[in-house]
Ligand binder design. Structure first.
Ligand code: NAP
Length: 321
């Protein structure tokens, strides 16, 4: 049997280009897709380049790709993912189209990787969480397992690349134009969709449907790398020293100790969730405060989806009994 065939849909975008970079040399056969706007162009891939094909229903529904990684936005995902899944492909979708829909696994491999396997028994669609939810759950999970989460508060500092390739270009072209904090989200009453996603997705992944979480999400004039200030209230006491030990052992997490602290610049281009400033939060019982930074395009999006793909293709490749 040849190596698995992967289709990257949205290959020209901020997440798609990193997806191609991470897939090169991983042993997969890769094809790249985007809209009609960029069909026929070529993108760097490994030591050479790769043709961008138009993501038509015919191309995605041809049944000649084992797994698609989608990073095309919610509307396009709702249209195209069912076409690819209907033709038998596994689909890992990075938009919010399926994340909170019952029956679709929402997966961070280090936290709830086994959930991804459920997709193989259903309609083969797995959702990839929001770029702030992924690092947050990587950090919360070991602390919850040790001492039980009672309440979480988080303030985000999200980079411009979270809003896509065009916004990155705008910041590169005119760096001072974006020298401000912005809240460029959709509003649901007095809360942003980014804030409600962070709460609902974290609850789903940790399987804590009632966990109180409040978030304030802000975009900052940084190109790549999201940061989060986190305040946690636990059921049981947990010292900052013990929390540090637990996070040092957690997969995909790297703890920095003062005078070092996590910054988006240090996180950008890396695969780890950087965590630091781990300290007691005296404002709540059994409180801890900490700070993280993570590359939103890598572990926050492309890498997490590729890890799901690795997991599912490894399982799918096993001989059936
Ligand atoms: N950026 C992040 O940090 C991040 C993190 C997690 C999740 N996500 C999610 O990933 C998705 C993409 O984000 P992004 O930041 O990469 O956006 P982006 O830079 O704007 O890229 C969008 C990509 O989708 C393609 N596309 C748009 N409409 C399409 C259609 N109808 N058919 C086929 N391709 C289409 C575009 O192709 P053309 O170039 O041909 O227009 C482009 O390749 C979004 O759902 C976003 O929420 C992003």
């Amino acid at each position: 049997m040849g190596s698995p065939r992967i289709g990257v849909v949205g290959a020209t975008g901020a997440v798609g280009t990193i997806t191609l970079e991470l897939l090169a040399g991983r042993g997969y056969q890769v094809r790249a897709f985007a809209s009609a706007r960029s069909a026929g162009t070529r993108l760097p891939f490994g030591d050479g380049d790769i043709l961008v094909e138009e993501a038509t229903h015919e191309a995605l529904g041809a049944g000649d790709i084992d797994l698609f990684l989608f990073s095309v936005g919610t509307g396009a995902s709702r249209e195209l993912v069912p076409v690819a899944a209907g033709a038998g492909a596994i689909c890992v979708d990075k938009s919010s189209a399926y994340r909170l829909v019952d029956g679709y696994p929402l997966v961070v491999p280090e936290v709830n990787g086994a959930r991804a396997l459920e997709a193989l028994e259903r309609d083969r669609i797995v959702a990839n969480p929001n770029c702030c939810t992924i690092p947050l759950t990587c950090v919360l999970k070991p602390l919850h397992d040790a001492a039980g989460l009672r309440r979480v508060r988080v303030a985000t500092y999200q980079s411009v690349s979270g809003a896509g390739a065009q916004r990155m270009e705008a910041l590169r072209a005119e760096p001072t134009a974006e020298h401000n904090l912005v809240m460029d989200w959709s509003w649901e009453g007095d809360e942003s969709d980014e804030e409600s996603k962070l709460r609902a997705e974290t609850r789903k992944i940790l399987e804590l449907p009632e966990l109180p979480i409040s978030a304030t999400c802000v975009r900052v004039p940084v190109l790549v790398g999201h940061s989060e200030a986190i305040w946690i209230e636990l059921e049981e006491p947990l010292s900052p020293e013990r929390a540090t030990e637990l996070l040092q052992q957690a997969p995909s997490v790297r703890v920095l100790e003062l005078p070092a602290f996590p910054t988006p610049r240090d996180a950008a281009g890396g695969d780890e969730v950087l965590v630091g400033r781990i300290r007691r939060d005296t404002a709540s019982e059994n409180g801890l405060a900490l700070f993280l930074a993570n590359d939103n395009l890598r572990k926050g999006a492309a890498l997490n989806a590729i890890q799901i793909a690795d997991l599912l293709l490894g399982v799918a490749a096993e001989p059936s009994r």
